[in-house]
Write a new protein. Structure first.
Length: 335
């Protein structure tokens, strides 16, 4: 068994036959570009016709949060999958090169950018002189922003050390800080909201980062017998993660949009529109995950499940971008 296709394989028998992977590669590139543009171009279309005002720098903040979420998922997924592989008998010792140091650097830059916004009173600074670093220590949001900056810095140092597993602690601190930031003390039952976000963000990071690293590991193993076993083990855990993500997402939405107002707010508010887009995307990801699971259990070559799994990774990248946009939009009014 192998993860690579024979180079001579083509689609079609006519004169215009082309490699089988060409169309898929183009589709992946288009989706990646769209995912990168969502945080930048998303606020205006989402806010159009809602009567809600766009806060200064919404697109930039959405982009920074997208980078932060992605940077969090990569090392969390690597730690998760490395733990799974230790439970597999006969697993090859080879592992893909870790992306954790690069993710920590990207997360550090994104967290630093978000901290600079907090330091200027949640406004985009025009110059370095506008940033009041000392003021970060005087507010709850400022302290949480600094915690995220220091968390990614510590995670990067741990990732390049002899004990990269220690980065789980600063990464956990970043997740806790992000959960607390998303629910200010003025909100209705903020601790409950922070708890839901904590579980939601943790499970999402494990799902997204874990799948990415599983596919990288399978490519590294090049058809080893432990490959399908690792993919199957991840698939079983991912089913639980999806259930937890769905449950916490529904509960969080009901807290911000009571049942009697959901239908209206999903179409009349920017938050509701982007949330609806996220739900549709997650449903598509769930279908891809189910398709991969069916292939894994029924196909003659279980590694054919990697094809829908790769599409699932791309779709999850778009979900991360939409999530970044969602955090930058105004929270709907609780009618």
């Amino acid at each position: 068994m192998t993860l690579t296709r024979p180079p001579s394989r083509t689609v079609g028998t006519g004169r215009h036959a082309r490699p089988a992977g060409t169309g898929r590669t183009v589709a992946v590139l288009v989706l990646v570009v769209l995912a990168a543009l969502i945080p930048v171009l998303g606020p205006s279309p989402a806010l159009h016709g809602t009567g809600e005002a766009e806060a200064p720098g919404t697109g930039g903040i959405a982009l920074l949060r997208t980078v932060l979420f992605a940077a969090l998922s990569v090392p969390v997924g690597e730690l998760f999958v490395n733990r799974l592989t230790r439970a597999l008998p006969g697993a090859p010792p080879e592992r893909p090169r870790s992306w954790s140091p690069y993710a920590a650097a990207a997360g550090f830059v994104a967290a630093l950018g978000l901290a600079s916004v907090v330091a200027t009173g949640n406004l985009v600074p025009d110059s370095v002189a506008d940033i009041d670093v000392g003021g970060l220590y005087e507010s709850r949001d400022g302290k949480l922003a600094l915690l995220e900056v220091n968390g990614f810095l510590a995670a990067g140092l741990c990732a390049t050390s002899r004990r990269p597993g220690l980065q789980v602690w600063p990464l956990a601190a970043v997740i806790v800080a992000e959960a607390l930031r998303a629910h200010p003390t003025t909100e209705y039952s903020p601790l409950l909201g922070s708890g839901l976000t904590l579980v939601h963000l943790t499970c999402a990071s494990l799902w997204v980062g874990g799948l990415l690293y599983v596919l990288r590991t399978l490519r590294q193993w090049r058809g080893a017998e432990a490959g399908p076993a690792l993919l199957g083990l991840y698939a079983r855990v991912a089913a639980v993660l999806l259930a937890a993500i769905t449950a916490t997402g529904v509960c969080s939405s009901l807290r911000r949009m009571p049942p009697g107002t959901i239908a209206d707010q999903l179409t009349d508010t920017a938050y509701g529109r982007v949330l609806l887009a996220k739900v549709i995307l997650v449903a598509a990801v769930a279908v891809l995950a189910l398709w991969a699971r069916i292939r894994l259990s029924r196909a003659a070559d279980p590694l054919t499940a990697c094809s829908p799994a790769r599409a699932e990774v791309v779709a999850l990248g778009v979900v991360v971008a939409v999530s970044g946009l969602l955090t930058a939009l105004p929270v709907p009014i609780r009618w």
